[in-house]
Design a protein around this ligand. Structure first.
Ligand SMILES: NC(=O)c1ccc[n+]([C@@H]2O[C@H](COP(=O)([O-])OP(=O)(O)OC[C@H]3O[C@@H](n4cnc5c(N)ncnc54)[C@H](O)[C@@H]3O)[C@@H](O)[C@H]2O)c1
Length: 346
């Protein structure tokens, strides 16, 4: 119970990772306040917090307006900063929107925190996309930052803001740069949020999964509970030895392997397709993470295999279909559910 009676602020807590983190914090005895403005096109979903039964204080507010609630900020013991837009594709269509969400709002938030709760531990959710096309693998924190899209540029700027506030002592901040995270509470009905949510939605409704390219590209998906454990460890470590950490899953899998595990767990078909041109320009090729800094500093390790995580994920969504799929998809998902004997779990 590392967080018992602590006041913890989670930004982006209505979204996928933030809600899973918030629920774990409640289990750990924390008093949780969420800042989330339910940005259209992001993963905010009130249903994500249903298990907390009202035990979480939700402020529907842009993090850039945090200065309006100084007293609330002042009582925070730890802040998990996960608010942000994750879509690389959308950032290329509307870079200014991405800039406002991932840099301007972040900078205003950090300034408000430095003014009202100076020196607080802050853990920011960064992304592996800032590194761009890998020069070597597995990717460690020393790799040059060479983003290939606006989202990567803006997330890199947000990382730098955290580093600057940490260097000056204004905030005790660090960044965890995430690989592809998957699990319960992903925003399956929001487009442009990455291939795993897209594959999982197709697995639920029975659509063919399309793999772009020859399928040899590597990814290291990480189950959300494992990612949440790393945030919890970083949030309560007595001292931070490093300010930046890479976080990835337990294994590097090719897209073909990911597709075939999906197919065997859901019965859907998989087919290969040429890369669409808008995706090709922002594709980084193969990626997998060197998470050894996180492991060394916090004793953290990802424990969930992709197959185990996928079973849990499909089980969750099968129980909560109407909260995550568009209504036109429900009948097909129900039909599939009735025809395939599958595990259903919370
Ligand atoms: N999901 C992944 O695989 C992944 C990978 C790398 C990095 N990340 C990072 O992790 C964080 C969480 O991602 P997620 O998958 O949970 O996304 P998500 O879209 O499900 O959740 C993000 C939440 O942030 C909120 N938000 C965005 N801008 C805001 C603002 N200015 N003020 C208040 N709320 C705001 C949205 O409403 C949404 O609820 C993001 O910062 C993302 O960049 C995620």
């Amino acid at each position: 119970m590392r967080y018992r009676d602590k006041h913890v602020i989670v930004t982006g807590g209505l979204g996928f990772i933030g809600s899973n983190l918030s629920l774990r914090l409640v289990e750990e005895g924390a008093r949780v306040t969420i800042f989330d403005s339910a940005v259209q096109g992001c993963g905010a979903n009130r249903h994500n917090l249903a298990p907390a039964g009202g035990r979480i204080n939700v402020l529907v507010r842009d993090i850039g307006q945090a200065e309006e609630v100084p007293a609330l900020l002042a009582t925070a013991n730890v802040i998990f900063n996960l608010a942000g837009e994750i879509s690389h594709v959308r950032s290329m269509k509307d870079p200014v929107r991405d800039m406002k969400l991932n840099t301007v709002a972040q900078l205003n938030f950090l300034e408000a925190c430095a003014r009202n709760v100076a020196g607080v531990r802050m853990v920011h959710a960064g992304t592996r996309q800032i590194y761009g096309v890998p020069r070597y693998l597995p990717m460690d924190e020393l790799h040059p930052v060479e983003p290939v899209d606006f989202n990567g540029i803006h997330k890199a700027a947000a990382d730098s803001y955290h580093a600057l506030f940490a260097r000056s002592g204004a905030l005790d901040a660090c960044v965890i740069r995430l690989s592809n995270v998957y699990g319960p509470r992903m925003a399956l009905n929001v487009t442009g949020q990455g291939f795993l949510g897209n594959f999982i939605r197709k697995a639920l409704v029975g659509d063919t999964i399309e793999i772009f390219g020859d399928g040899t590209q590597l990814r290291d998906p990480v189950f959300v509970d494992d990612a949440v454990e790393a945030f919890l460890a970083a949030g309560c470590a007595p001292k931070l030895e490093h300010r930046v950490f890479n976080l990835g899953g337990p294994a590097a899998l090719s897209l073909s392997e990911i597709g075939s595990i999906m197919a065997s767990e859901s019965g859907v078909k998989v087919e290969h397709k040429p890369f669409p041109s808008d995706l090709k320009t922002i594709d980084i090729g193969s990626y997998h993470t060197n998470s050894s800094r996180l492991m060394g500093d916090f004793g953290w390790a990802p424990t969930t295999t992709f197959r185990q995580g996928l079973k849990k994920t499909l089980g969750y969504f099968r129980l909560h279909l109407p909260n995550y799929l568009e209504s036109r998809d429900w009948p097909r998902a129900q039909e599939l559910l009735a025809s395939v004997p599958v595990a259903i779990s919370e």
